[in-house]
Design a protein around this ligand. Structure first.
Ligand SMILES: NC(=O)C1=CN([C@@H]2O[C@H](COP(=O)(O)OP(=O)(O)OC[C@H]3O[C@@H](n4cnc5c(N)ncnc54)[C@H](O)[C@@H]3O)[C@@H](O)[C@H]2O)[C@@H](O)CC1
Ligand SMILES: [K+]
Length: 488
């Protein structure tokens, strides 16, 4: 699913109108789809307040409100203008709600959800009164009452193309038809929160987009159920070069993540002096192979994929030299993370990266690999990097990007700021390694790993606002189910 400008979205709508589709039927399906996404996220009924302007964006919120009420939610309406000033469709959608709606916060328990229907793609310039006052009220309820803001189509007041503009800051943005380009920019990312898409058959995304919103709707079948005669040889063997004294946790997290993502066999290769600290904390399912040359062993053991880098800062100099030499020769597909990438950068060997390599740098590691690209915007930098070095790049940051030669760059919508903590990258590299070992294309393995880790961290929000890497691990299985059920 691609990203489009506001003008391209209008063209898609107009093409649908020419085919005889009515604006009202689009709105009905948009509002219903938005409500379904919300009910997936909030299975327990709570309180929902729609904040609306006079345009069709408010119509989407009114339709969604009706479905929420049917699901047992208490509802209320805060309208910026008298009903006589609204557009035709929002007025009609208001009448379909029939009863008078309170304009005060509903009593009761459960989540307090604010549906931001002030402005959609019709927004021009800074949010003006009386909408600005309602946006401030939403921000106040979010900051001081734990309210969750769900933006209809895009956060009100931001520009659909650039994401610029001060307006509503949402926790989730449920975008209709095709995701708006402004949601993918740094400014848009800061306003949108989690992006969810309501695809509409009558608004098909244009072909050949440079940036795609990654998710189960766009990539069905990546995690199909296993056939009944599946055995562990089919699920992939991973060789892991990870961990060192003082950094054993990185190896444990990567190994456990690989197993939880379905790897059949995980073997950790270690030097004899690292064995005492690394063997003890490993889960019992992990094989530990000791040798004076763990790098050589890992590369020649017949593994289906390698995961290299989490916590290997203290690897011996001979080990590092061996690693760089091995990476330049034929070998199974490999995830390169953390110190694995730092060794490459320090040795000036970034040029050896090619299609066998899936690299997972955070912005600091990326800067070391390509200092000249660091000042470019993230999308341009990612594309320039894989054009220069034909590998798969998973670039972490506020919204992970996955770029690979010949592929549209993928934008991962899952995850949240509460997962900004050590160890999450180790989990990600283990999950990506498991999918590589199962024969998945590197850009699919990378995107799916990013989606699942982010989704797992979202599930962990039930425990509290901060998500540790162990919390993410605990929720990986549930995230895989969410993907298979295409509910998120
Ligand atoms: N057109 C369609 O067929 C569909 C539209 N849909 C929804 O409709 C939205 C677009 O609706 P509209 O075109 O009615 O536009 P909006 O609902 O985004 O708002 C337009 C109104 O906002 C006012 N306005 C613009 N900028 C303002 C600012 N900075 N401060 C205060 N007021 C401002 C305008 O004067 C106008 O009255 C989409 O984003 C989507 O949510 C969906 O229902 C799907 C179908
Ligand atoms: K909105």
């Amino acid at each position: 699913m691609s990203f489009v400008t506001g003008a391209a979205m209008r063209s898609l709508e107009e093409a649908a109108f020419r085919r005889g589709v009515s604006a009202e039927s689009l709105m009905d399906r948009a509002g219903e789809g938005i409500a379904r996404r919300l009910l997936d996220h909030f299975p327990q009924p709570g309180r929902a307040v729609a904040y609306i302007g006079k345009g069709n964006n408010g119509g989407d919120a009114l339709v969604a409100l009706r479905y929420l009420r049917e699901a047992g939610w208490q509802i209320a309406l805060k309208a910026a203008y008298p009903e006589t000033e609204w557009g035709v469709l929002p007025r009609r959608k208001r009448r379909e709600l029939v009863e008078e709606l309170p304009n005060a916060l509903p009593e009761g328990s459960g989540p307090l959800l604010l549906l931001d229907g002030l402005l959609g793609i019709g927004a021009r310039g800074t949010l003006r009164e009386p909408l600005a006052r309602l946006a401030e009220e939403m921000a106040w309820l979010r900051d001081s009452h734990g309210a969750v803001v769900a933006a209809m189509d895009l956060p009100s007041g931001i520009d659909a193309d650039s994401g610029e503009g001060r307006g509503v800051v949402a926790d989730l943005t449920i975008t209709v038809g095709v995701a708006k380009l402004g949601l993918s920019t740094p400014a848009g990312i800061a306003s949108a929160g989690r992006i969810l898409l309501v695809p509409l058959g009558d608004l098909p995304p244009p072909e050949g987009s440079a940036l795609e919103l990654f998710g189960p709707d766009a990539f069905p079948g990546l995690l199909s159920p296993r056939p009944h005669d599946f055995h562990k040889g089919d699920s992939g063997r991973i060789g892991l070069l990870a961990g060192s004294p003082g950094m054993t946790g990185a190896a444990v997290l990567a190994a456990t993540a690989a197993l939880r993502a379905g790897a059949g066999l995980v073997t950790l290769h270690v030097e004899p002096e690292f064995l005492p600290s690394l063997a003890a904390p490993m889960p019992p399912e992990v094989m530990v192979k000791v040798s004076p040359t763990p790098v050589t062993d890992a590369f020649s053991a017949g593994h289906d994929a390698l995961v290299i880098g989490p916590g290997i800062a203290n690897m011996s100099k001979t080990g590092q030299a061996d690693l760089l030499a091995r990476l330049a020769k034929p070998h199974p597909p490999a995830v390169l993370d953390a110190d694995g990438l730092n060794f490459l950068a320090t040795a000036g060997k970034t040029a050896l990266l090619d299609s066998r390599h899936l690299i997972t740098p955070h912005p600091g590691e990326f800067r070391r690999l390509a200092p000249d690209l660091a000042e470019k915007d993230r999308l341009a930098a990612a594309v320039a990097f894989v054009t220069r070095h034909p590998c798969t790049l998973l670039l972490k940051g506020a919204r992970t990007l996955v770029a690979a030669p010949g592929e549209a760059t993928r934008f991962n919508p899952t995850g949240h700021a509460g997962m900004a903590s050590g160890g999450q990258g180790d989990v990600l590299s283990g999950v990506a390694g498991a999918f590589l070992a199962q024969g998945m294309k590197p850009c699919d393995a990378a995107s799916l790993a990013a989606w699942l880790c982010g989704r797992a961290a979202e599930r962990a929000l039930a425990k509290g606002p901060v998500t540790t890497a162990s919390d993410t691990l605990d929720e990986l299985g549930g995230a895989m189910r969410d993907w298979q059920e295409r509910r998120r």
